[in-house]
Design a protein around this ligand. Sequence first.
Ligand code: ATP
Ligand code: MP5
Length: 264
Amino acid sequence: MSAPPRVLTVAGSDSGGGAGIQADLKTMLALGTHGMSVVTAVTAQNSLGVQGFWELPGEAVRAQYRSVVDDIGVQAVKTGMLASAELVETVAELLAGTDAPAVVDPVGVSKHGDSLLASSALDSVRTKLLPVATVATPNLDEVAQLTGVHVESEDGLRRAAAAVLAYGPKWVLIKGGHLRGDAVDLLTDGSEEHVLRAPRHDNRHTHGTGCTLASAIAAELAKGRSVPEAVAAAKEYVTGAIAAGFALGGGIGPVDHGWRSSRA
Ligand SMILES: Nc1ncnc2c1ncn2[C@@H]1O[C@H](COP(=O)(O)OP(=O)(O)OP(=O)(O)O)[C@@H](O)[C@H]1O
Ligand SMILES: Cc1ncc(COP(=O)(O)O)c(N)n1
């Protein structure tokens, strides 16, 4: 039997299982790839919010990364919560030395408003991490935090994309999930432009949408798809997962990563 495509997530652990490493590995499995992980931080988290988090030392992140990449090899990498300037810089350096596409989700705050990235790390994200990204996938809050550009309607997505592209990622996918109306995202490399539109599902159980989308893009890239093809396939997957999101605990439940397989 031949091995499935190999995808690596470099992210934080979500004890509640809806976002972070746990969302990433479920997505990678659902899309027919072998998921592997480098844990950057451990969060104590549930449907109500993030109760605490603990970062790993840079040395532990570097060692996990080398263990995976030097023996098993990766066909795509996804990054999520990186917590501190030290970890952002460590991961940027590791990505720069890896010959595989990198999907960078510049995670800043959780859906509940808990900070997952020190403000002192923002400059390292701009100048070290974004330049090594094949695709960067900021939401509108992250765009504002990183570039100062505030977007309140679909018309502003292009302006946001230009501001992020100025930091050097090959492609940027601006996620318009926080706007009203259709869930519209804009993918561009500065010359090509693709608008991805899906109906908005009136479902509050959306914990993990961003992690799931970025991991799905990485999984599709690992299969050899182009960036526009990978993003289109990932958008279809996350839209289905949001439609099937379910209540869990007393707050915001997760998207359903297994929506394509039966729950029998
Ligand atoms: N209610 C919804 N219905 C359909 N699609 C949605 C909905 N909310 C978000 N999306 C889509 O989900 C994807 C993730 O976008 P979102 O803006 O939620 O990311 P995010 O804020 O980074 O996620 P997270 O809050 O998990 O970090 C995008 O493709 C977005 O358009
Ligand atoms: C470890 C980790 N990584 C990322 C997120 C963002 O996901 P969300 O915005 O859906 O809370 C999170 N909550 N926890």
